[in-house]
Structures are given as structure tokens and as C-alpha cells.
Design a protein. Structure first.
Length: 246
């Protein structure tokens, strides 16, 4: 089994923002498509697992940004399973151009769940072996609880609608990244450069749910801003993110 996998992606006009920079929600679509195709090659993809009532869910991710590709550029997305960490299966990504200039370094943490009970399944219980590459490092970060005592202000509310849902009938995680990006005005995006995003996906949301999107002010020492989404119906924190700018 090949533990490394690579795909080329053409950056389309609808995937860039008003500054001609690849949007992070579009990047995460690229990452997850590449990871899904690799999982298929490893016999650990959707069709392999669903017959056992199992599936992968992205629980946490961190991306560090060197620079952004723009419309019309071709990027290479390389990925590999890095290691097992607690109940997570860690997967790394390195996104470059054709000359190996680095755009993004990404660490992600995936959980395997029983799709019927929604309970986490220990990945050591699956029959198919995962060939991890612990010595191959892109970002080499691991999930940790995002803790902030900074007061958050309500920015806006989001009503979940049909186009927010995915094949699992809940909100796809890239939609939450969209909400993080929408927490900043066009002027802010123009005048600041995004350095990193860390996001934790904590609970599900479904059609007709309403999310309250909250944000902190800049922390002067490190330019970190905390953003989260609260399900108004359940009072559960759906996602939590920390965004660093310069």
C-alpha cells in the first residue's frame, strides 16, 4: 500500500476571494477530496467502511499559510497518514506549486465513528492496517482544546438551509470555515494577511438549526482572534476556531 498520495488541482475563479487568494474553505474541499481518494486507494474509503456502518469524520485541523495561490494556478496536494494519536488518526498535507514552493502546511485529526450510533470507534479495531509515516512531517501539530477567556461578541446568526448539508445530512465542516471567514469584513481581509487557522469541530448541526456566530477582538500580543458557533436550539458549541493575522 502506498502511504503517500498526491493530486494536482487547478484553482478556479469561484475558489478565490476578492483579493485573488484561494479561500480556505475551497482549500479544505481540495484537502478532503484528496484524502477521500487516498482512503479509497487504501481500501479505507466511504464505500469500504459504510458496509460496516463506519465512517471518517474530520474533528480538528490546523493550517499554516506561507502564501496563497490565485486563479489559474495549478497546485499539488500531497497527503499521508502520519500516526495514531489517542483515538485520532492524524493525516498531514503539504500544498505546493509545480516547483515545490510551499503554500500551505496542514495537520488534521480524524475520528472513526459508527454512522448509526454516532459513537467513536477505536481505529485499532478495523481489519485494514493503516501504514503510518511518523517521520514524514508537514506541520506536525496535534489536537488540543482551544481555550480562551476572551469575551466574544455576537456577530450574526446563520440559519441552516439545504445547500449547507452534505451526504450525511448535516452541515459539512467547510461551511463552518466559511462562517469563520465571514466573521471578518472585506476591508479586514484586504488589510491583513492570514497566517494560520486552527479549528475544532465539536458537534453537529442540521437543517433549520440556527447558529450564533461570535468573535473576540484582537489579542494585542499575537493578533489571534477566537471565533465560535453556538447552536441556539441546543446551546452546544458547534465549532471553535482561532485565527492568526498579521
Amino acid at each position: 500500500m502506498n502511504s503517500f498520495y498526491e493530486e494536482s488541482k487547478l484553482v478556479n475563479a469561484y475558489d478565490v476571494d476578492l483579493n485573488n487568494k484561494l479561500k480556505l474553505n475551497a482549500l479544505f474541499n481540495y484537502l478532503q477530496e484528496t484524502a477521500s481518494n487516498h482512503a479509497d486507494n487504501l481500501n479505507l474509503g466511504f464505500n469500504d467502511l459504510i458496509v460496516k456502518d463506519l465512517g471518517w469524520v474530520l474533528s480538528w485541523a490546523k493550517v499554516e499559510i506561507t502564501t496563497f495561490p490565485g486563479f489559474g494556478e495549478t497546485i499539488k496536494v500531497k497527503t499521508w497518514p502520519k500516526c495514531r494519536y489517542k483515538l485520532y488518526s492524524m493525516r498531514e498535507f503539504l500544498v505546493t506549486d509545480g516547483k515545490d514552493k510551499v503554500f500551505f502546511k496542514v495537520s488534521t485529526a480524524w475520528l472513526m465513528i459508527n454512522v448509526k450510533t454516532k459513537r467513536i470507534t477505536d481505529i485499532r479495531n478495523i481489519i485494514q492496517q493503516i501504514y503510518y509515516q511518523p517521520d514524514q512531517i508537514a506541520l506536525n501539530e496535534f489536537p488540543e482544546k482551544i481555550i480562551s477567556s476572551v469575551e466574544r461578541n455576537i456577530l450574526f446568526t446563520k440559519k441552516i438551509r439545504y445547500t449547507d448539508l452534505d451526504i450525511n445530512q448535516h452541515v459539512n465542516n467547510t461551511k463552518y470555515i466559511e462562517l469563520v471567514l465571514d466573521s471578518f469584513s472585506p476591508e479586514y481581509h484586504k488589510s491583513h494577511n492570514l497566517q494560520s487557522l486552527t479549528i475544532s469541530f465539536n458537534s453537529e448541526s442540521f437543517y433549520d438549526d440556527e447558529l450564533e456566530i461570535r468573535s473576540s477582538s484582537n489579542t494585542p500580543s499575537d493578533n489571534k482572534i477566537f471565533v465560535d458557533g453556538i447552536n441556539i436550539k441546543t446551546s452546544k458549541q458547534v465549532f471553535q476556531a482561532v485565527v492568526q493575522w498579521k
